[in-house]
Design a protein around this ligand. Structure first.
Ligand SMILES: [Zn+2]
Ligand SMILES: [Zn+2]
Length: 77
């Protein structure tokens, strides 16, 4: 699973921290955007590099399925 900002491709590290409105400071990617203190669900996450907000879900990038890669190769041949 790759995690990076959908706007600028900045990758959060384990030591990066976000702050909840309750004052809790934690790494939001450890909990999929859920505050460990008050349980608030952050559906949007702010990038610490470009400061833009994106859907928390959009930060997770899976590699394309292998069928997709094979299709691309066929087209190139
Ligand atoms: Zn960004
Ligand atoms: Zn909170």
């Amino acid at each position: 699973m790759e995690i990076y900002c959908p706007k600028c491709e900045w990758e959060p590290r384990a030591e990066d921290r976000w702050m909840c409105k309750c004052g809790c400071i934690w790494n939001t990617f450890d909990t999929q955007g859920v505050c460990p203190r008050c349980g608030y669900v952050w559906r949007d996450t702010q990038c610490l590099a470009c400061h833009q907000w994106s859907k928390h879900h959009d930060w997770y990038h899976d590699l394309p399925p292998i069928e997709e890669l094979m299709k691309q190769n066929e087209l190139e041949i």
